[in-house]
Design a protein around this ligand. Sequence first.
Ligand code: BGC
Length: 377
Amino acid sequence: MRLFKKVMAVGLASTMVLSMAACGGGSTETTAAATTAAQTEAKAEETKATEAAETTAAAAAEATSDFDASNVKVGISIYKFDDNFMTLYRTELERYLVDDLGFSKDNITIQDGKGDQAEQSNQIDNFITSGVDVLILNLVQASSAPQITDKCKEAGIPVVYINREPDAEEEERWASEGINATYVGCDARQSGTFQGEEILETSNKGDINGDGKVSYIMIQGDPENVDAQYRTEFSVKALTDAGVEVNELFKQRGDWDQAKGQQLTQDALTQFGEEVEVVFCNNDAMALGALQAIEAAGRKVNEDIYLVGVDALTEAVQNVLDGKMTGTVFNDHIAQAKSAADIAVMYLKGEAVDPVNMVDYRKVTTENAQEVLDALK
Ligand code: BGC
């Protein structure tokens, strides 16, 4: 079980205890006077709580204003610049650090890992030697986290991992050994589930030809990446959990890449033709490629085939609005960039940080696509 879930479970348990205490006990024959007294007391408690919250907020604001970001050096490495989603993320991260948090653009260095772990590890070594104050890392291979974390720890540099999640054992080590390392991302299981639900929400629950089962193809991201693994598993699980029978016709890795998404979908449509009812893509870039192949094959999304992606790239959300994609899932790069940068600042201020920090995904269908599009502008 992931650490985040454990933290959530503890939080939930204490909320339950509190609400049980609030609802608990007492005679049912409460008099009007007692009710009024209880209400007065509750009101006083509420006022006290509000005042306490205001004091905490004021203290937090003061602490933030004390922090001077202008001389802080930040090293950022992105697994590769040539990735649509990570380009949006990196642009927002830099914008937020500079415009909202007051970092100097000259003190922020962003490197391109070029999809090569050896190259990225060299860049990180250089960041460490050059004496950056904090690192924000989108690893090429999440499995390199233990070695990289140890180097950062030795150099006394806190590290915020983003987008490609190290495994649970590594995250637990940060907590148990008190290492200044953390992960900011989304729980990819949720995005897979949302994709499956989008298919279940169609008029025939994905069974276009009415043969009692949903025949699908799966275009996967890089399978080393937990996002790819979970989206593949949980999109289909949403269908089977709802009692829908499934039939996997084809499953291949497209490495998050549009051109590969197009080629693979074309191959699958050539091989299986009309049989394909649903195209699951682990991200929108590959879904955009899949759409090209679907259109070239003379098929029509939402009429004789369904297509879903993840990320909410502007082009994909527009496609949802135009009925050319059944749905996508907003992988909120804005909230993730904000969280990663805010957590970097917490480290710099010496504050405690949780080992795992998750941001919610959001379903995007024709109903809310316009709203999401407006928010993305
Ligand atoms: C995104 C993909 C992206 C990948 C990079 C995923 O969360 O959905 O679009 O290529 O991250 O690691």
